[in-house]
Design a protein around this ligand. Sequence first.
Ligand SMILES: C[S@@+](CC[C@H](N)C(=O)[O-])C[C@H]1O[C@@H](n2cnc3c(N)ncnc32)[C@H](O)[C@@H]1O
Length: 259
Amino acid sequence: MNYANKIILGDCINQMKKFPSSMVDLIFADPPYNLEKDYGLYQDSNSPKDYIKWTETWLNEIIRILKPNGSFYILNLPKWSLHHAVYLDELLYRQNTITWDALATPRGKIMPAHYSLLFYTKSKTNYTFNELTSKHNWTHCARATCIKQRHSSTLPEKSYSDIWNNVYRVKHKQKRQFNHPTQLPLQFMERIILTSSNKGDLIMDPFIGVGTTAIAAKMLERDYLGIEINPEYVKLCKETLSQKHFTNNERFFIHQKFQ
Ligand SMILES: C[S@@+](CC[C@H](N)C(=O)[O-])C[C@H]1O[C@@H](n2cnc3c(N)ncnc32)[C@H](O)[C@@H]1O
């Protein structure tokens, strides 16, 4: 079966079990965060133990279907990322723990203001990594020795930083393209896809929602494969993807040109 450019309606664990092993170049997972969000069918409110157990079941499938030189990113609240990291560090190579500087719902005495994006690879060294050239999250080391070294060598002035603070959440309902509670900004997915895949690669998202990963993949000339349990979201996702050209609305979130 050809899995390229398909959006599948169903439960991601059941669906991924049907996929052959080692078939995907890049996987991105943005699961429900157990925050009681209204996703229609899925109950986003489980005991921590059940949530973590469920997570590990689909993580096992992800690892199986990832190519030997493939990459995997998982976005979640920092508190769940700690559990993901303990589990995944035994099975994959953690390349980075990226912080996405983006406000969350106010909870507790200290305002949650970031999400955690874990970046893993199946091979320690053999994986796609395109260092994005400019305009992204670049920073430089301010130690005197580093500054001196930069001046006296060909080292780049700045490096790709693991704090992403210039990708903005799709916060307000009137600015949302679709009525989905946690739609990601396209710019966020573009950055991951450009960094960790090449044109023609297959990008998989087991919680595709209204299709941000697939839309970004299509725009960047990659193949996509998405799974979503809610038929309404699948419908919206397929409608957008069937357009020959993306409208300005789809490009609404892109603040800068990538390539
Ligand atoms: C955090 S949202 C993903 C949003 C997506 N990144 C976007 O930008 O549209 C999680 C999604 O997972 C879906 N979902 C929940 N359980 C699922 C399951 N078992 N299999 C597939 N999709 C599921 C929910 O309906 C929801 O759309």
